[in-house]
Design a protein around this ligand. Structure first.
Ligand SMILES: [Cu+2]
Length: 153
């Protein structure tokens, strides 16, 4: 084998390995979840995501946008109990430690959705923005009301 062929081979293997590492870095976070149907006449709802970080670095979710819904906004909220009353508070960021799964849930951390009309059976596109500058586009199903009442927060 010519020397240049050997070098080219090493470079190719190196590039392939880097490619794999990059692909793993982008798939180290698994995201799933759902959004709640809006009650008739309402334009506010909530979505709940589960984020599993199988990477070695902590991740921080800092914002969520709705790329294909004009005028809609999403905000990270948490729920605190104040004098026995559940109150929602804006959350600046949601940390997902390495190796951990963080699950939003009714009565806890949730994504507040404003300016949307959602029907069960639809899909909702969300764009997740992370502190490291990366973004992730996901689609979550819209589910009908649970037990007849919309009681989020
Ligand atoms: Cu809220």
């Amino acid at each position: 084998m010519q020397r240049w062929q050997w070098i080219a081979g090493v470079l190719l293997v190196g590039l392939a390995w880097l490619g794999c590492a990059a692909a793993q870095a982008t798939t180290a976070l698994d995201v799933s979840g759902y959004a709640r149907e809006t009650p008739p006449g309402a334009t506010m709802s909530a979505a709940y995501l589960s984020l599993r970080n199988s990477g070695k670095a902590p991740r921080r979710l800092v914002a969520v946008t709705l790329p294909d819904r004009d005028g809609a906004a999403a905000a990270l909220h948490t729920t605190v109990v104040d004098d026995g009353i559940n109150r929602m508070r804006p959350l600046a960021q949601l940390a997902i430690p390495a190796g951990a799964t963080v699950a939003m849930a009714p009565g806890g951390v949730h994504l507040m959705l404003r300016g949307v009309r959602l029907q069960a059976g639809e899909q909702l596109s969300l764009r997740l923005h992370f502190a490291n500058g990366s973004e992730r586009n996901i689609r979550v199903p819209v589910r009908g009301p649970q037990g007849g009442g919309h009681k989020h927060g």
